[in-house]
Design a protein around this ligand. Structure first.
Ligand code: ZN
Length: 97
């Protein structure tokens, strides 16, 4: 799985990991047709004020052509944003049970 773009975006204070899921877990991107990656963000972005204590990992979905969601504390929230903004319409070509 290509992850070079994400590796290049690594910063000192942030660690990003691509989390593997079964194929077909997420709805494909409506623009490029590829399935998004689940990216887990550890640490804190340097733009945020310093907080003490552990920081919960956040989640985003990104396709390899640049469509991405914001960072959410819950994967389900990231998935909801993805479905709302970037995903292909669910009812075309596939039946939703
Ligand atoms: Zn895309």
């Amino acid at each position: 799985m290509p992850s070079r773009r994400i590796d290049a975006a690594l910063e000192d204070t942030m660690l990003q990991r691509v989390v593997s899921h079964l194929k077909g877990r997420f709805t494909r991107c409506r623009r490029c047709g590829s399935e998004p990656h689940h990216v887990r963000h550890h640490g804190r972005p340097s733009s945020e004020p310093v907080q003490f204590g552990p920081v919960a990992p956040r989640h985003s979905l990104e396709c390899r052509f640049g469509a991405c969601t914001g960072q959410h504390t819950l994967l389900a929230a990231a998935e909801a944003e993805w479905n709302d903004k970037h995903a292909q319409a669910a009812r075309r070509g596939r039946k939703v049970a």
